[in-house]
Design a protein around this ligand. Structure first.
Ligand code: DGL
Length: 273
């Protein structure tokens, strides 16, 4: 006979841990806050490894599972959210095998995009590492087999989102290039829906909307992730006594300049991990 595990009471101060290579996960945190305003959060940015998008699968898997192993051991979160498409599409399954804490990943929003498109042509913007994943091939086969999915790797948008949140000026040509590259692919002129398959990209959605024009809608996974986290923690007690914590794997001027933006997201204490 197999017995269900005995449900231990959840410590109300046990945090949610959100993980990304940089500030991209803030696009997920925003949505989580709407559903769970009392949840204590530890936001982790592996900025020493940023960007993940130009790394190999082996490098990303090693970094993500090594870091999440140490983080969960030390910080005892009640749930981990890998708020990064690149890390999730590569390492989610292996991290789930070794960690006992519930883990929510970030999946490119191809399913909702397929339901939204009227023209049947969907653009997908992600990192180089994400767009080549078989995980994305499987989502396409399952949900968009009768659609046309045009993929484009746009690492410049990751840097643009980081710069914007630091308060640096961003060259609008970056957004125009992403739009033009998708538009110039076969059938690209019929794109009416764009999947933002990198958590950094919703942070520059207004700039992308400007570049794509009024006939294109954007979709990302953040609403679904927030709902999933709320579902998995349903009925648990929450106690958020202080400003939340941001952990970075590398310090320096760039992190200092992110502080006002982090504070606006409720992250008032910054430390190195
Ligand atoms: N925010 C990450 C994602 O969702 C990736 C950015 C990067 O490190 O390249 O894919």
């Amino acid at each position: 006979m197999t017995a269900a595990p005995f449900p231990l009471p959840v410590d109300p101060t046990a945090p949610l841990l959100l993980f990304d290579s940089g500030v991209g996960g803030l696009s997920v945190l925003r949505k989580v806050r709407l559903l769970l305003p009392q949840a204590p959060v530890i936001y982790v940015a592996d900025n020493a490894g940023l960007p993940y998008g130009d790394k190999t699968e082996a490098q990303i898997a090693a970094r993500v599972s090594g870091l999440l192993g140490r983080l969960t051991e030390r910080l005892r979160p009640r749930l981990v959210c890998i708020a990064c498409n690149t890390a999730s599409t590569i390492a989610l399954a292996s991290v789930r095998e070794v960690l006992e804490v519930p883990i929510v990943g970030t999946v490119p929003a191809i399913k909702p995009a397929a339901a939204m498109t009227k023209t049947g042509v969907i653009g997908l913007l992600g990192t180089e590492a994400t767009i080549r994943q078989s995980y994305v091939d499987r989502l396409e086969a399952e949900f968009a087999a009768d659609k046309r999915l045009l993929r484009h790797a746009a690492p410049e948008l990751v840097a643009a989102a980081e710069a914007k949140l630091r308060g640096d000026p961003v060259d609008p040509a970056v957004f125009a290039r992403a739009a033009q590259t998708l538009r110039m692919m076969a059938d690209g002129d019929r794109i009416d829906t764009v999947v933002l398959a990198c958590t950094h990209f919703p942070l520059v959605e207004a700039e992308l909307a400007q570049a794509f024009g009024p006939d294109v809608s954007f979709v990302d996974g953040s609403d679904g992730i927030a709902r999933r986290i709320a579902y998995l923690t349903d009925g648990q007690p929450w106690e958020r006594k202080d400003a939340d914590i941001g952990l970075f794997t590398r310090g320096g001027n760039d992190v200092d300049r992110l502080k006002p933006c982090l504070a606006a997201h409720g992250i008032g204490r910054i430390a190195l991990f």
